[in-house]
Write a protein that binds this ligand. Structure first.
Ligand code: SAH
Length: 253
């Protein structure tokens, strides 16, 4: 039997947000590989082998999955959200590039998923309606000076910014430093969206002006979106609101 390796995105949490293509790949798997909480999210047959690992072992995990596929297994590597956004797909290609030459010729596919920023944006309106970027606030894989440089450039260019991994037990100060940096560039009124556990039962979405944004609104399941100077709020009855960024800017001026 010839093996295969498929990297899939499970979406932000709700089963309805797993694509039919990913569901089919999971149903055909002999082995599931991934970070333990993501592997646990998959409802698989009892004979499917689950290989759950720690979050920090991405390249080792990818190499392990490649070996299984080379042995003829049908391996599915699971990520949350989209597998290409701060997740396993890039780790897999790193392992392929530096690993066994024969791994390059395996049957390898990447299947997209709904990334946290898209699920969060849809809940609140359309904050990503104009140009935007995504920045991983974790400095495990890059120096903080690089993060600062990118934040400054993105805010000066007036992108909406989606922040992944905004905070963790080991990283408490970076989000505060991010808000302080952005306050030096943007008006205090720019909307900041804290979207936590989107599509899960614990979902919570807060919108506050940049001037009042505090890191304690975020946890490890929060994606933070900072508006551009054009991002707007539509107030609704009952205190709810839409946040959106118009599709054009400055065409009439
Ligand atoms: N590949 C994933 C991102 C993995 S990095 C994706 O495309 O969504 C992990 C970070 O994603 C978390 O720290 C958080 O910032 C964000 N995230 C993942 N699931 C989320 C959810 N349900 N709600 C809000 N943010 C989420």
């Amino acid at each position: 039997m010839s093996g295969s390796l498929i990297v899939v995105g499970l979406g932000p949490g709700a089963p309805e947000l797993i694509t039919p293509e990913v569901t089919a790949a999971l149903a055909a798997a002999t082995d599931l590989v991934g970070y333990a909480p993501y592997v646990a999210r998959v409802d698989a047959a009892p004979d499917v082998r689950r290989h759950a690992s720690d979050n920090r072992e991405e390249i080792d995990r990818a190499a392990f999955a490649l070996k299984l596929a080379a042995d003829g297994r049908r391996v599915v590597v699971v990520s949350s959200g989209d597998p290409g956004v701060f997740a396993m797909a890039a780790a897999l290609f790193e392992a392929i590039e530096s690993g066994e030459p024969s791994w390059r010729d395996l049957d390898i596919r990447v299947l997209p998923g709904v990334s946290a920023m898209f699920a969060a944006a849809a809940r609140i309106g359309a904050p990503l309606g104009h140009d935007f970027c995504a920045i991983n606030l974790s400095d495990n894989l890059k120096p903080w000076t690089t993060v600062e440089k990118r934040l400054r450039a993105a805010a000066e260019a007036d992108f909406v910014i989606a922040l992944y991994n905004p905070i963790s037990k080991a990283r408490q100060w970076q989000l505060e430093a991010t808000f302080a940096l952005l306050r030096g560039i943007h008006p205090a009124s720019v909307p900041v969206i804290f979207a936590t556990a989107v599509s899960a039962p614990q979902e919570r979405i807060d919108v506050v002006p940049l001037g009042d944004a505090q890191p304690d609104r975020a946890n490890m399941r929060t994606v933070v979106m900072i508006g551009s100077s054009q991002t707007r709020i539509i107030e609704r009855a009952g205190g709810t609101r839409f946040v959106y960024t118009p599709r054009s800017v400055g065409l009439l001026s």
